[in-house]
Design a protein around this ligand. Structure first.
Ligand SMILES: Nc1nc2c(c(=O)[nH]1)N[C@H]1C(S)=C(S)[C@@H](COP(=O)(O)O)O[C@H]1N2
Ligand SMILES: [Mo]
Length: 332
């Protein structure tokens, strides 16, 4: 079964009264119908895989991706989606500049093909994995996740990808592996920001192995039905929805399995401000500001109210157990 999408529906540049969110909702209805249709979820999943394999062409401009509605997406799907133009025009991607508008303006130089990810360290199957193979490693799912930045803003985005655990299982970590390190691209020729000293490049992030294996941890290749735009971390990034945004590394080139807690970019830059865990927690303030509330991007009009920030960004039921018995003020 193939999903037909008209490319115009995803042409964000079209002057039209239809907003990307509305277009997106129409498509989501299609996905819902597909997942619950006569063919059943299994067939739908296979259909999506097939359609996906046929629709992806690299390099080139974004093409519609097919996906099935994720069984682990959760209740976030009831929240209003952030408009595409906000989600792709207000970004943190310091390799392209520190201003929120810099990535959209500068990331055009990023070369996303060919692309591969080096898997190394404590695994049975290390090696270089081509993007094309990673795209097909597991069925693509659509997950609506809220992402909250440590700076105090949040967005709700329909991501496309699959659980990172699918890749981890494939490369078979050794018993000694306790952490996973994510190294992202640092290419001074295409990334103007890496000549500045704001961070120690490359941008590195890390998770405990059980966090990385959690089904909510998404290896993402797309959003809003398309391949990731460059400013959003093309061609692949992590989305860890219960942690502050900076834990979700963009444009990953290396995944290393280790027995030691990785030194991460923001932790190195300001260890008292950015801990290794960085779980969203309204009860643990950043030393220079409160984390109790947040501003939803797109709701910043005159009468917009701040939203209360939720423990683990609202995913406590799913991930709380990972931190049982830990003092979250010590392990911030
Ligand atoms: N390589 C890389 N990844 C990165 C960053 C970065 O500067 N470089 N910024 C992080 C931060 S602080 C946030 S909040 C999210 C922002 O993701 P978005 O622009 O898709 O909303 O990306 C994270 N991943
Ligand atoms: Mo952030």
């Amino acid at each position: 079964m193939l999903i037909k999408t008209t490319s115009s529906a995803y042409d964000h540049g079209v002057p039209s009264e239809i907003t990307p969110t509305e277009v997106y909702h129409a498509r989501r209805d299609l996905l819902r119908w597909m997942a619950s249709g006569a063919a059943g979820a299994t067939l739908a999943s296979w259909g999506a895989r097939e359609a996906f394999a046929q629709s992806v062409k690299l390099p080139g401009k974004n093409v519609p991706l097919a996906a099935v509605k994720s069984p682990v997406a959760g209740a976030m799907s009831l929240e209003k989606l952030t408009d595409y133009k906000d989600a792709t025009g207000y970004n943190n991607f310091y390799e392209f500049g520190t201003d929120k508008s810099d990535p959209a303006r500068n990331a055009g130089t990023l070369k996303t093909s060919p692309w591969s990810v080096e898997i190394e360290g404590l695994v049975k199957k290390p090696g270089r994995y081509a993007l094309e193979d990673l795209l097909k490693l597991s069925a693509m799912e659509e997950r609506i996740y809220r992402l909250r930045c440590v700076e105090g803003w949040s967005m709700v985005i329909p991501w496309l990808g699959y659980s990172l655990s699918a890749l981890i299982k494939r490369v078979e970590p050794l018993g000694a592996a306790k952490y996973v390190e994510f190294v992202t691209l640092a290419d001074p020729k295409t990334m103007p920001g890496v000549t500045s000293r704001v961070l120690d490049w490359p941008y590195v992030e890390g998770l405990r192995l059980d966090e990385a294996m959690h089904p909510l941890t998404l290896l993402s290749f797309g959003m809003y039905g398309e391949l990731l735009p460059k400013q959003s971390g093309a061609p692949l990034r992590l989305v860890v929805p219960w942690k502050y945004g900076f834990k979700s590394g963009k444009s990953i080139v290396k995944i290393r399995f280790t027995d030691k807690q990785p030194l991460t970019a923001w932790n190195k830059a300001a260890p008292r401000e950015y801990g290794f865990y960085s779980n969203v927690n309204p009860g643990v303030d950043h030393p220079r500001w409160s984390q109790a509330s947040e501003r939803r991007i797109g709701e910043d009009g005159l009468f917009a109210r701040k939203r209360k920030t939720l423990l683990f960004n609202g995913y406590e039921a799913q991930v709380g157990q990972l931190y049982a018995g830990m003092d979250l003020k010590t392990y911030f």
